[in-house]
Design a protein around this ligand. Sequence first.
Ligand SMILES: Cc1cc2nc3c(=O)[nH]c(=O)nc-3n(C[C@H](O)[C@H](O)[C@H](O)COP(=O)(O)OP(=O)(O)OC[C@H]3O[C@@H](n4cnc5c(N)ncnc54)[C@H](O)[C@@H]3O)c2cc1C
Length: 538
Amino acid sequence: MANEQENVEALDAVVAGAGFAGLYALYRLRAMGLTVRALEAADDVGGTWYWNRYPGARCDVESMAYSYSFSPELEREWVWTERYAGQPEILRYLQHVAERFDLRPLIRFRTRLAAAHYDEAGGLWRLTTERGGRLAARFLVMATGCLSQPRVPPIAELETFAGRIYRTSQWPHEDVDFSGLRVGVIGTGSSAIQCIPLIAAQAAHLTVFQRTPNFSVPAHNAPLEPAARRALMDNYPPFRKALREGFTSLLPEETPQPAALELAPEERERRYRAAWEEGGIKLMFCISDGITSKPANDTLVKFMHDRIREIVHDPAVAERLLPRDFPLGTKRLCVDTDYYATFNRPNVTLVDLRATPIVAATPAGLRTSAAEHALDSLVFATGFDAVTGALLAVDIRGRAGRRLADDWRDGPRMYLGLMAAGYPNLFAITGPGSPSVLSNMVVSIEQHVDFVAELIAALGARGARTVEAQAAAQDAWVAHVAEVAQGTLYPQANSWYMGSNIPGKPRVFLPYVGGVGPYRRKCAEIAAAGYAGFELHA
Ligand SMILES: Cc1cc2nc3c(=O)[nH]c(=O)nc-3n(C[C@H](O)[C@H](O)[C@H](O)COP(=O)(O)OP(=O)(O)OC[C@H]3O[C@@H](n4cnc5c(N)ncnc54)[C@H](O)[C@@H]3O)c2cc1C
């Protein structure tokens, strides 16, 4: 419905983003009879899986767990082909979801939300898009993603570089052919670890510019075995239940594990070996205290160092690849195919930027404090302004014009990672202070969207028009999130979980580490108690 005079489109709800979160939010809110639209900066659905098209991009939570559970029909008809689906397959899945549930007509593509100002008198969010479009909505759902705001570190004189520049987070849609070229990859986080082996196999030469070495475990990716896949497809509900109610939501089976130091060294080694052979992030979870006890974590670190030294032939290169200054898992544990072995290739060079930092780009490549590296192409795999970046990129103003950017100057403040005091009817999906990036994101997204949909329904049932977090409940939750994090090893790392990769970003542990199942139960208790900690107003 457009108000002709003001040329403002008036809706019940606007969803920002059309990735996993935005698509499901559209589906749920439309089913409640609300008029709803999504604004999406990209020209198609998919979010992460639209943007990150670099070679080797794939999920590191197994495909059958990294998928929606809200529709049994969808579960029955979608057949995942690999243990860890590649980006093209996940994007096809999300495109299928958009078409199957007829969501595309609800989405404005190439439309970035620039500003959201709360109009107290009207009880509405007044929204402005980057191109000047205007909308008004009672409810605003920020499904803008935790890893969607790319971070590109400044490099002096980059504009002089004569070759091509790529970013893993905004990869071109057409095929990129590195054959015969000298390529540089900056970064050794998850995206770099996925693309480095494939670029090395194609390029004439690959130079990897590493600041911080990372831990990576083998994926042992493979086609899914048809009989096992069918058995799971026929029996999804208990599998989903285990993911939702377990601590991590990453793996369905979460039997209690022993503490590392209670095990005899040989038994510990046997467990770590078994997890390594099985592949994926299981290594983190085959003991109970990997993320809470430094001595326990040290045993994992030693195991990983031994594997890296075993795989990498040149001892000097192996030493440079050993992560030494943070406990395993306190930065996202990467999952790879042949990452460390790639450094045995004669056409791969590892440059340690801590020893020899980049000084500047030149027309012919990159100059470090030690040498000039000749390059035809440069790939930035330098991560994201995680969790808060996409939220703060929008000029959000709540009651009395207060600005979210001001309220979050010392770190984000949200109740349950869902709502902020002073910002009525504004919801974040997987916001700061919720399990978000520590969890299987699809599980967390579905739980948040369901919570928001039920809360909006509860407003209607009570004749209320607005809901917002109470300041005291928010303060208590923020303190709880920090306290739980302090009980772990996470704060010991300079990680993007802590905001450390962004100059000037407050050093605050962003996700909630108290567990996915416990968090879900807490949310359910709060809802059952009449939305304790939320204020509902007529
Ligand atoms: C390479 C990579 C691999 C990953 N692998 C896994 C994995 O294996 N398991 C896992 O659990 N998680 C993984 N993640 C995290 C992943 O981001 C989430 O799993 C999930 O895709 C998030 O969905 P989302 O809809 O919340 O956000 P996104 O997928 O990030 O979608 C957000 C969308 O919002 C749009 N947007 C942002 N701001 C605006 C705005 N102001 N206006 C309009 N549109 C806007 C963006 O264009 C984007 O399309 C991975 C992330 C990356 C980058």
